[in-house]
Design a protein. Structure first.
Length: 68
């Protein structure tokens, strides 16, 4: 599915890409990608991006933020 606009948070994530770390973990159901940053502005952008994706693609996932 193509978006009609740049996803929320994507511009900041692109600008601050050196502040973001991605790790992959294999799980019994596939995999898990962790996105980490210690920068508050970048973290806000990551949350905006993920909420946009959840809403746009109607995944049914929660948009609530949890710490794990």
């Amino acid at each position: 599915m193509w978006h009609n606009k740049l996803p929320d948070g994507a511009a900041v994530m692109k600008k601050e890409k050196t502040k973001i770390r991605y790790t992959y973990e294999q799980t019994s159901n596939g995999g898990l990608v962790r996105i980490r940053t210690s920068d508050p502005e970048t973290l806000k952008a990551v949350h905006e991006f993920l909420r946009f994706q959840i809403t746009e693609h109607q995944t049914g996932d929660t948009t609530e933020i949890s710490k794990s």
